[in-house]
Design a protein around this ligand. Sequence first.
Ligand SMILES: Nc1nc2c(ncn2[C@@H]2O[C@H](COP(=O)(O)OP(=O)(O)O)[C@@H](O)[C@H]2O)c(=O)[nH]1
Ligand SMILES: [Mg+2]
Length: 347
Amino acid sequence: MKKCKGCGIPMQSSDKESLGYVVDLEQDYCQRCFRLSHYGDISHFKTNYVSNEKILKIYNRYSSSLFVLIIDIIDAFVLKSDDLLSFFKDYKVLLLINKTDLLPDNISEHKVDQIFSRMLFDLNRKYKNIVAAMLTNKYENRFNEQFFALLDDLKVNSVVFAGRANAGKSSLINKLIANKALTTSMYPGTTLEEIDIMYRNYHFIDTPGLVDVNNYSTYLNMEKYKLSKIAKTIRPQIFQLKEPQSYFYDGMLRVDIIPKDKASVSFYISNDNKIHRTSYENGDDYYQKHYCEFILRVKPLAIADYGITDSKLFVLKGLGMFKISGECLVYIHSLANVRLYTSEVEI
Ligand SMILES: Nc1nc2c(ncn2[C@@H]2O[C@H](COP(=O)(O)OP(=O)(O)O)[C@@H](O)[C@H]2O)c(=O)[nH]1
Ligand SMILES: [Mg+2]
């Protein structure tokens, strides 16, 4: 059966409402891909997560290939505490840390290099199957050149592009082959099946993304998802405080900080969202007043408390990060379903 070149789904012309629909089976792209790529039209788009079980079966069929594991920069900060690498322990892995352009300009390239070199050194002790690692944006135009040189060094010609939903797998293949053949979008679940692309003497295999139960985006409706998606270089929102304060992120996160003397907090989130600040005293009032806006209310915010003596970086995958400095007590209300990560990384 003919498959869509953008998302991999078998095409059909009988059911408009189902995936793979196309008016004319001579076409190369299904209607959904056509609309997504040409108009960014998502009216027909449902989040079609492919089950991890199905994706792991695809991986298994390519077990002798090189696995290019693509990781979103925010997720990369907590890679050591994530279970992602355990899915790949039987495969030869090239780690690619993607979307480094999202990091604020005050974090230098040198710093990014340092952070990840150290992290990879540690990871490599546990995961000997990681044969190399690269930062994708770092080399700019030279990325392709470096990537192909590495493939030659490793003597591979079958390459699987794998990782979490929306990490940028399909975009990366498009960049490597200098052709917008694959459908990409800001929504998870764009790629539906494996797609084998022949390029030079390589097989590049695109795959659907693994679902992450510890990512905010897995639980957000379309509106909140769009609002929270970090698409451009982050401009940190920084606050200094001497009195207890509460910080709200659009009903998705509340951070109460009670400083001993003085403290500061920097939020690294989507620039489209402004953090709302109130005094700690008024925090509960604000929370109650806006309760109905607070997510998907079926999924409550859970509270975690921390005592901070120096500085700590917190990561909520799919939402962003925040760093708190100064001696203080902190109460963090975040989505109960997702893990609140702390990172050893200093930024
Ligand atoms: N800022 C930034 N965005 C990227 C980068 N690579 C991909 N994206 C965006 O991330 C989203 C997901 O990309 P896609 O290739 O569909 O991800 P996939 O689900 O892993 O195949 C799209 O909105 C892309 O434009 C990158 O290097 N930097
Ligand atoms: Mg994709």
